[in-house]
Design a protein around this ligand. Structure first.
Ligand SMILES: Nc1ncnc2c1ncn2[C@@H]1O[C@H](COP(=O)(O)OP(=O)(O)O)[C@@H](O)[C@H]1O
Ligand SMILES: [Mg+2]
Length: 1167
């Protein structure tokens, strides 16, 4: 759907006048009336030319919706009713399209709505400028810088619940397309005195309350804070909460905003730590403490808070404590330390808190700037928004240094306003080629000069006084002013040289008064010097610099001892002057736009319009002068095009269309209306109208003409509408008639046709019914005859049937009765027969019983008889047998059975032996065979026989032995008794024959000498290994056993090494294992025993031990002790060595290894 462009204008539906320039007559009353009228109708914005006057509604109006944004977007400034959006749009479009840097200066009293206005401007710009992810992020960062700065820089005051306590100027930078690139914020003079003290009914900066209300318990603990506001001296209690302000929620908003703006987590944390430190500083209290020399000294009351501060900031407690008690003054390499009294200590504490906070604030601004600064180096267009504290006048001479500074700033802004407004006006006239007439207005340069003049301005005086040696007080400063400024028109003081004010009681002695452009302000001189000095003792800044917290360290660069600077830091006044000067320079390069905010009442209340308050503001803002300046030349100007478009209906030539340039159209129009020529001028592109009256005349004419035109249009339209309506009706009527006639004819025809049909059908029906009736009658008659006949037959038949039935019934009854009679007769007969039969049966039964009884009695009798007969026969037979046996006994021998039995037994035994003779096993004693026994009763005999046989064949076998063999077997037997099941070596020795002298000593000539030395019989001669008890190694020796001695000889030479009589051998020891080691223990004290016991190993251990045993036994009649144990002691000279047999590894082969472990242990590893 095509959007129908509704051309509206500021002049449409006007309440009062939308532009004060059009006010007629123009005076203060009409001006205020107009403002009030508009305010009452919710029109809070009014123009003075291009300046926007805004009256704070103190309630939310429905005029800031996105629809409104769309409405004002890309529209001409005067096209719609006055709005801050119109101004913002104008500014933005000028910036974008005309390539001119812009600034918006928002001024007004505290609470007049400046900050809100600046936010509205920013939100409008954000809504209409470019879109896209990157742009949106820039916008979001720019917008979110506000909550952060407001939390730290705003506070509740009696004038405004959210009063900005700092001046803010923000440059928003755009690229050539009008997309925002970034921004730069400058801050001016934070009201830091608020940190330590707030006037009644006001609060400290929001952030303190937000932190205590909104921080989590964990965060509070970290910051060593308690949630209770009343614990902190720096927080005012009477207005700790603000209506409609949720501190906790705002805290979250601020933290979120910090995150969006780009604060890192640790930075945000450090910021909160500084805030907590400031809060806690306020709780440090001092008490007097006198020193011996009588100097005043102070002491910290409770060091707990100090301790916590030091923990929070990482400052050494003693350093900070000292900084609170001493002040060091350095001058020309000289250091003087003086103690601080209680008042000075409090001053130092507050100065530290104020400085810490204000420096933190500046740091925050810089940090935000770092985040929001434009990232590109392309050329930027800049839009500055200045939201600075308005002119401030307190009652009762409560105005101090801060107000002085603030008012100075406003004075400067007024100056730039005058300069730029007039300049602009002038420029436009020149541009449009219109003659310029001068207009008188109040120029406040003189006041600015009074304050900022470098030689004798008030600020210069103050600085001079502050730097002067000697005693400096606020009074000496006032005296100086009294001298220097006495003659200044705008300076008033009771004691000034000029005695103008000597009797002015409204002017206290400790005050001076300045006639500002906005009114007279009485300044209390007390505190000027201190505040201008803004002194923070160096000891404190040095203590702060020693913190481990990087943020705090960076806030106190002058505390760095390496960069000690004996020069005084610039005073607060001169700093501010300098920054205002920079700001002014900056603003002058831009195209200014003004929003002048007005506060309608002092109660922050909606709907109340206090005339005196507004009048005062209108006066000091110079709004009326503004209008006058604007009207000085021409009250109204408009481009030719829109002007012609608006008024063309007033002239026949231009109505409805003007074919030609717009300017000549306007000319023709004004000529026709006979407007005096002096009332207007033709510019290059605009028509300038001198008097608003002319414009109103035009407007009235237009309104009237519009009404006429409307009537005309109405008339023509109505005529046209009626005619068209009539024609339409007539045409419709004909159509309807034709249709109706046709319809009626059709209806009539159909009716006739259907009537004929009805009649026809009636007649046919009647005829048919008649015929039907006749036919029916005939048919009924026929049917009646048949029916009657049928009835007749039926009656006949039924009667016959009845008769037959009666007859049958009678017959049946007879039959039944007959049958009953027969039946009862038969039953009676049956009963009788049954009775008879029963009786007969009883008789038969009784008969049978009787017969049975008789038969059984007979049977018993017969059986008895038979038994008796049988017994007789048996007895007879026995008797016969007895008789026979008696007869025959004499023919048989007595005891024949026994004889036969014995005979049989003898036969069996005989056979057994004969059989055994054939089955005998071999005569070898080791033959285990033996035939099986044939009869069980021969078992013991069979075993005994086996035993006897075995003994016999053993004897047989033994009888074959020679004496030599006997001896050998004896020895073997002896060995078996000694070693069987005791020593593992034994089984392998059983198969070896004992040979005794293995070495043929007698035959071998090598051993001739040895043979000669021995006279006795040699029982054993064999090579053995003698184990060296010192190291376990072995040497071969010839081992000789004779009847009485044991000899050891060298294997090679045959020389006798030792000789032991057998009586001296006490014991032989050996292991239980499969080795050939054995020890021969000698009697203690014997000659042979001097070298200790012998330890040997031999392949024929069993034989040797057995022979040694037997020989000893036969010679000494004593049994030699043979000990079998895996661990035994061997005497070695004086020591006893333990020989221990262990399980050796298989790796060493099958030879046992002998090793001396230490001097008490010899270890033999047996595989
Ligand atoms: N346009 C407006 N619409 C509604 N309320 C407003 C408007 N302008 C200001 N206010 C109200 O007035 C209060 C003070 O405004 P603010 O801009 O903070 O004053 P200033 O900055 O001039 O001291 C705001 O908190 C708000 O409640
Ligand atoms: Mg503000």
């Amino acid at each position: 759907m095509a959007k129908t462009e509704v051309k509206t204008s500021l002049l449409d539906n006007m309440i009062g006048v939308g532009d004060m320039v059009l006010l007629e007559p123009l005076n203060e009353d009409t001006f205020i009336d107009n403002l009030r009228k508009r305010f009452d109708h919710n029109e809070v914005y009014t123009y003075i030319g291009s300046v926007l006057v805004s009256v704070n509604p103190y309630r939310s109006l429905p005029i800031y919706s996105p629809e409104k944004v769309e409405e004002y977007r890309n529209r001409n400034f005067y096209e719609l009713s006055p709005h801050i959006y119109a101004l913002s749009d104008e500014v933005y479009r000028s910036l974008r399209d005309q390539d001119k840097d812009q600034c918006i200066l928002i001024t007004g009293e505290s609470g007049a709505g400046k900050t809100e206005a600046s936010k509205l401007v920013m939100s409008y710009i954000a809504a209409v400028c470019g879109k896209g992810a990157e742009v949106n992020q820039v916008k979001e960062q720019l917008l979110q810088s506000n909550p952060v700065l407001e939390a730290f820089g705003n506070a509740k005051t009696v004038r405004n619940d959210n009063s900005s306590r700092f001046g803010k100027y923000m440059d928003i930078e755009f690229n050539f397309k009008g997309d925002p690139l970034g921004g730069v914020i400058s801050n001016y003079l934070l009201e830091k005195s608020r940190v330590v003290k707030q006037p009644r009914g006001e609060r400290n900066f929001h952030v303190f309350y937000q932190l205590l209300a909104g921080a989590s318990e964990e965060l509070l603990n970290k910051l060593k804070l308690k949630r209770d506001v009343s614990r902190y001296n720096y927080l005012s209690l009477d207005s700790a909460t603000v209506n409609g302000m949720d501190d906790a929620a705002n805290f979250r908003t601020v933290r979120n905003a910090m995150q969006i703006v780009g604060f890192l987590d640790h930075e945000a944390q450090s910021v909160l730590e500084v805030v907590a430190t400031v809060l806690k500083l306020g709780n440090i209290e001092f008490k007097p403490d006198s020193r011996v020399n009588g100097l005043d000294e102070s002491k910290i009351k409770d060091k707990n808070e100090l301790k916590e501060i030091c923990e929070l900031t990482g400052i050494d407690q003693s350093v900070l404590e000292r900084a609170f008690s001493f002040r060091t003054v350095e001058a020309k390499q000289e250091k003087v330390s003086t103690t601080l009294n209680v008042a000075q200590a409090y001053y130092a504490r507050d100065a530290l808190a104020k400085n810490l906070y204000s420096r933190l604030f500046s740091w925050l601004v810089n940090r935000i700037n770092e985040s929001i600064k434009a990232q590109t180096k392309v050329r930027k267009k800049v839009m500055g928004v200045l939201d600075i504290y308005g002119f401030e006048i307190f009652e009762n001479a409560d105005n101090s240094f801060e107000q002085f500074i603030i008012n100075y700033c406003n004075e400067k802004l007024q100056q730039i306003f005058i300069e730029l407004t007039l300049k602009e006006e002038q420029e436009e006239y020149i541009q449009e080629d219109i003659e310029w007439t001068h207009i008188n207005y109040f120029n406040n340069t003189i006041i600015c000069d009074l304050i900022e003049n470098n030689t004798n301005g008030i600020l210069a005086m103050l600085d001079e006084e502050c730097l002067r040696p000697g005693i400096v007080t606020d009074e000496t400063f006032l005296e100086k002013l009294n001298q220097v400024c006495a003659t200044h028109q705008h300076f008033e003081s009771r004691m000034s040289k000029c005695s103008r004010f000597l009797n002015d009681t409204s002017l206290p002695h400790s005050c001076f008064r300045i006639q500002h452009y906005a009114g007279k302000v009485l300044y209390q001189v007390e505190g000027f010097v201190d505040k201008n000095n803004d002194l923070l003792y160096r000891d404190l800044s040095q203590a702060m610099w020693k913190t481990s917290q990087p943020l705090i360290k960076s806030l106190f660069p002058e505390g760095n001892p390496a960069k000690i600077n004996l020069k005084r830091p610039p005073t607060a006044g001169s700093q501010f002057k300098a920054s205002v000067a920079t700001l002014m320079k900056n603003l002058q390069t831009k195209n200014p736009n003004y929003i002048r905010c007005i506060k309608p009442n002092d109660k922050k209340a909606a709907y109340i319009f206090s005339e005196t308050l507004v009048r005062h503001q209108v006066r000091y803002l110079g709004l009326l002068e503004n209008v006058r300046v604007r009207r000085a030349g021409y009250a109204f100007r408009q481009a030719y095009g829109p002007c012609l478009e608006r008024y063309k209906m007033l002239c026949k030539q231009t109505w409805p269309h003007w074919k030609g340039p717009a300017r000549s159209g306007v000319e023709a129009l004004l000529n026709e209306l006979e407007i005096p020529v002096e009332e207007y001028s033709f510019g290059k592109s605009k028509i300038f109208i001198r008097n608003p009256r002319t414009l109103f005349k035009l407007e009235d004419l237009r309104k009237q003409r519009l009404e006429d035109l409307a009537t005309l249009i109405q008339k023509i339209y109505r005529g046209w509408k009626c005619r068209t309506h009539f024609l339409l009706m007539r045409k419709s009527q004909i159509v309807i008639a034709a249709w109706y006639r046709r319809y009626a004819q059709q209806k009539w025809y159909q009716k006739t046709k259907s009537s004929a049909l009805v009649i026809q059908s009636y007649i046919r029906g009647w005829k048919a019914r008649k015929l039907l009736r006749e036919l029916k009658h005939q048919k009924r008659c026929e049917e009646a005859v048949t029916t009657i006949a049928a009835y007749w037959h039926g009656t006949q038949a039924r009667r016959e049937l009845r008769r037959l039935k009666e007859e049958a019934r009678k017959k049946h009854a007879i039959a039944v009765i007959w049958a009953y009679w027969l039946g009862s007769k038969a039953r009676r007969e049956l009963r009788r027969l049954k009775e008879e039969a029963r009786r007969k049966h009883a008789v038969a039964v009784i008969w049978a019983y009787w017969l049975g009884l008789k038969a059984r009695r007979e049977l018993r009798r017969l059986k008895e008889e038979a038994r008796r007969k049988h017994a007789v026969a048996v007895i007879w037979a026995y008797w016969l047998g007895l008789k026979v046996r008696r007869e025959y006994r004499k023919f048989f021998r007595a005891y024949a059975g026994k004889k036969i039995y014995e005979f049989t037994l003898q036969r069996i035994v005989q056979n057994y032996f004969l059989d055994m003779k054939n089955k005998m096993p071999s005569l070898s004693p080791i033959d285990k065979n033996w035939p099986s026994r044939p009869y069980l009763f021969l078992d013991s005999t069979h075993k005994e026989l086996k035993r006897i046989f075995h003994l016999w064949r053993c004897k047989k076998y033994r009888d074959q032995f020679t004496d030599q063999q006997k001896l050998i077997y004896e020895e073997k037997l002896e060995a078996s008794e000694l070693f069987k099941d005791k020593k593992a070596l034994y089984p392998s020795s059983v198969g070896q024959p004992f040979q005794g002298p293995y070495l043929a000593i007698n035959e071998n000539p090598k051993y001739k000498k040895l043979k000669d030395a021995i006279e006795e019989k040699i029982i054993i001669a064999e090579i053995v290994n003698k184990i060296n008890r010192a190291n376990g190694k072995s040497t071969s020796r010839i081992f000789l056993l004779t009847n009485n001695n044991l000899l050891l000889a060298d294997q090679k030479s045959g020389q006798i090494k030792s000789e032991v009589p057998l009586v001296d051998v006490t014991k032989v020891s050996m292991s239980s294992q499969n080795d050939g080691f054995f020890a021969i223990h000698l009697k203690e004290g014997s000659e042979a025993a001097s070298k200790g016991d012998f330890l040997f190993s031999s392949d024929h251990l069993i034989e040797m031990a057995t022979k040694l045993y037997r020989t000893t036994l036969s010679q000494t009649k004593q049994k030699l002790n043979i000990e079998i144990s895996d661990e035994f002691l061997v005497q070695f000279r004086k020591d006893k060595v333990c020989v221990k047999f262990i399980q050796g590894s298989q790796n060493n082969g099958s030879v046992p290894m002998c090793k001396r472990k230490n001097n008490r242990l010899l270890e033999v590893a047996v595989p």
